[in-house]
Design a protein around this ligand. Structure first.
Ligand code: IVH
Length: 710
């Protein structure tokens, strides 16, 4: 630990230029100190020195308010606090929920479940409010609360045990609970408590919170648990994770058990017997919304029978057995000040509305998406009119809405408020960034820059995606730094591979060292290089997602990784896939992968320029294979299965999902790689092909025994 030499210039004596430089130096020092303390757990300066730096920063900002930096350390309490928590890997992933917005989507949910389960009889669901807070997982061992964690990315969350221990709704000791019990639910703040907290914040000159959800999150994610203790946080239990024994046979039974154990459970939870029942309960809860006393943003429906929940299982991050029926979005009217065009990583030109700031459902909105040129012109996806054909012009009075956390949208325009000189918006036909022609494919609503790898905007966006949280997630290399490095004449980062050669290029360039740049110093450079080094080994699913290939989001990347298991197999499959060949058949047989993804993936992997960039990147990395799931005791782990003919007892989707959960691959056609064919009645050419190849063929009953479903 080093002691810092005190800064000698009195704040009162600083010139504006010196103050600006000093604020920059302090921001870099404090951010390096935060990283060392919170993330690396290796403090490099004393607490007293840290406080002195922070005080000096505050004093300079007070004297020169205009010079306050966008990344001012005084605003970074939240972020800095958050990174100070230890990490917790959830033993059972914390899931999110699929959304439904209409009655038709709810009946569709019921239809899909019935189809998956091949179930025609009665089917019960629970319906309960969707609390607008933040989810927590509470782990009890031998009846004692031993750990509390936030959801994080679902796999890893933050350890907030000390904070949870201060919440009165959370029992610290349970009697009669399973030896291991993880209770999950929502931490939230009531309307009354939120209003009182904001009043106290005003009185003490501290910042107020925009809404109860933010207040709850800000209160829970405090490194100093005594602050959490002083905040009125509540908790509703609605789910569970790791368990040493089942809680009950039904969702409703499990929730009742949690209530008996001493948890608050939502009193508006009911059992419904049909989609009509669900919709009726939804209407009741919506009518009560304003008087419940806490924020809710919809109603959650869950299949009641836990054995059926288990059969339905999960997609990559949401269960098949639950859905959130969201309330209609919140609305507000404001002025459209300008329309900007942003170029995305796949070249899509996206129009963004710049708005006169307006509060929509508790959040200040100043930007909204305008989707695409047809949307602005008043044409819908199929060419017909939307908004009765009204176009949107700069200067218009527009209606903004937002549903949940999604980007705000513009729903409507009031023509009576249109300025006389407003002009129809002309959508650009060339890229605003690189000038390349921007074209629309037949049937595509989006106009795309054709500049590809030469377009700087696409390049920067790809890099931002590459370093984003769900991809490489490199500490200290976020969107802002990527923009800076992209333009750096001496140490540029133009493609992902450049990130991993940054340290060696810096070492070879004695004259223009990174540590001498604005905002960097010895410590922050060391930290950055260490953070980059730490990500040289990367799991396959994250890597595939990071490539930023069109149509390949997190979920699709996870499906691909799980199927191909290693980079070499993925690369071989995607590089050789072409419609009609076996590699294509293998790719499109993966549940959730269709022709659109297959085309996009094979095009990217077969494009020489793209491939060169990918190959250079791969050479820098160790791509970690996917560990096979449930290999222990699973008779089909690692095998390639083909289903053919009609399955009578289990739907095709369930059979496929089950096989994959047991560590098998499911292919669409029989080849020399097939290990086992499950043939139902009516099996034709595939069964014959299997016979010819000497592959083992079993019937549905034998499959059900293998799958442990009998
Ligand atoms: S169930 C697998 N029930 O909504 C089931 N979630 O959008 C996991 N939430 O991450 C969730 N109220 O934080 C469930 N009654 C409720 C809920 C609820 C709020 C949150 C939860 C989840 C998010 C998904």
């Amino acid at each position: 630990m080093t002691t810092l030499s005190p800064d000698t210039t009195d704040v009162e004596d600083l010139t504006p230029a010196a103050a600006r430089a000093e604020l920059e130096r302090l921001a870099a020092k404090l951010s390096a100190a935060n990283l060392a303390y919170h993330t690396l757990d290796a403090p490099e300066i004393t607490d007293a020195d840290y406080d002195a730096l922070k005080r000096r920063n505050t004093a300079i900002e007070a004297r020169f308010p205009d010079l306050k930096r966008a990344d001012s350390p005084s605003d970074q309490v939240g972020g800095a606090v958050a990174s100070g928590f230890g990490k917790v890997t959830h033993r059972v992933r914390m899931l999110s929920l699929e959304n439904a917005f209409t009655a038709a989507e709810v009946t569709d949910f019921d239809d899909r479940i019935r189809k998956f389960l091949n179930h025609a009889g009665p089917l019960d669901y629970t319906a309960e409010p969707k609390i607008d807070g933040l989810s927590l997982s509470l782990r009890y061992e031998n009846g004692r609360l031993v750990q509390a964690a936030t959801r994080g990315d679902g796999e890893t969350g933050e350890n907030v045990t000390a904070n949870a221990l201060t919440m009165s709704d959370i029992p610290k000791v349970l009697t009669g609970a399973p030896i291991v019990l993880e209770v999950r639910g929502e931490a939230y703040m009531s309307h009354a408590d939120f209003a009182a907290l904001n009043e106290r914040q005003v009185l003490s000159g501290e910042k107020t919170f925009a809404n109860p959800r933010n207040a709850a999150a800000g209160s829970l994610r405090q490194l100093d648990a005594s602050i959490t203790a002083a905040r009125p946080l509540r908790f509703f239990a609605y789910s569970w994770g790791d368990l040493s024994e089942p809680l009950a046979a039904t969702q409703q039974g499990a929730i009742q058990r949690l209530a008996v154990l001493g948890f608050q459970v939502n009193p508006e939870t009911v059992l419904c017997h049909s989609p009509q029942d669900l919709l009726a309960h939804y209407a009741r809860i919506e009518a009560q919304r304003a008087t419940l006393g806490y924020d809710i943003d919809g109603v959650v429906y869950k299949v009641n029978d836990l054995a059926l929940q288990a059969r339905l299982g999960l997609r990559s991050s949401t269960p098949r057995w639950a859905i959130a029926h969201k309330f209609a979005a919140e609305l507000a009217w404001t002025r459209l000040l300008a329309i900007d065009i942003q170029v995305g990583r796949t070249g899509a030109l996206s129009p963004v509305a710049r708005l006169q700031p307006v509060t929509v459902g508790g959040v200040v909105v100043s930007n909204a998406t305008l989707h695409n040129e047809d949307y602005i012109a008043g044409r819908g996806a199929k060419g017909g009119p939307i908004r009765n054909g009204k176009d949107i012009r700069v200067g218009d009075w527009v209606q903004v809405y937002r549903a949940g956390d999604v980007i705000p949208k513009i729903a409507d325009v009031d023509l009576t408020q249109r300025p006389a000189d407003a002009q129809p918006y002309v959508f650009p036909h060339s890229c605003p960034d690189c000038g390349s022609p921007a074209l629309r494919d037949e049937g595509d609503a989006v106009r795309r820059c054709t500049g590809g790898l030469i377009c700087p905007a696409q390049g920067v966006e790809r890099l931002k995606h590459f370093v984003s949280r769900a991809a490489f997630d490199i500490e200290g290399l976020g969107a802002k730094q990527v923009e800076m490095f992209f333009k750096d004449p001496d140490l540029p980062i133009r493609t992902p591979a450049d990130i991993f050669t940054l340290a060696s290029r810096d070492a070879q360039n004695p004259l223009k060292k990174l540590k001498n740049r604005d905002g960097f110093g010895d410590r922050s450079v060391t930290n950055l290089f260490a953070a980059i080094e730490a990500k040289r080994a990367i799991p396959l699913d994250r890597f595939i997602f990071a490539l930023g290939i069109r149509h390949i989001g997190e979920q699709v990347a996870a499906l691909l990784a799980r199927h191909y298991m290693t980079w070499d197999q993925f690369e071989a499959g995607a590089t050789t896939a072409a419609p009609g060949n076996p590699a294509w058949a293998e790719l499109t047989a993966i549940d959730g992968i269709g022709d659109v993804v297959a085309h996009s993936l094979s095009e990217a992997m077969q494009n020489p320029a793209e491939r060169a960039a990918i190959d250079r990147l791969v050479a820098e990395l160790t791509i970690q294979p996917v560990a096979p799931r449930m290999t222990q005791g699973s008779p089909v782990a690692g095998l390639t299965l083909v289903f053919t003919g009609t399955l009578e007892k289990m739907s095709r989707s369930e059979a496929k999902a089950r096989a994959e959960a047991m560590g098998a691959k499911v292919a669409g056609s029989v080849s020399a790689k097939t290990d086992l064919v499950i043939a139902g009645p009516g099996a034709g050419s595939k069964a014959k092909a299997a016979e010819a190849l000497g592959i083992r063929i079993i019937d549905e009953d034998a499959w059900l025994t293998l799958a442990g479903a009998t």
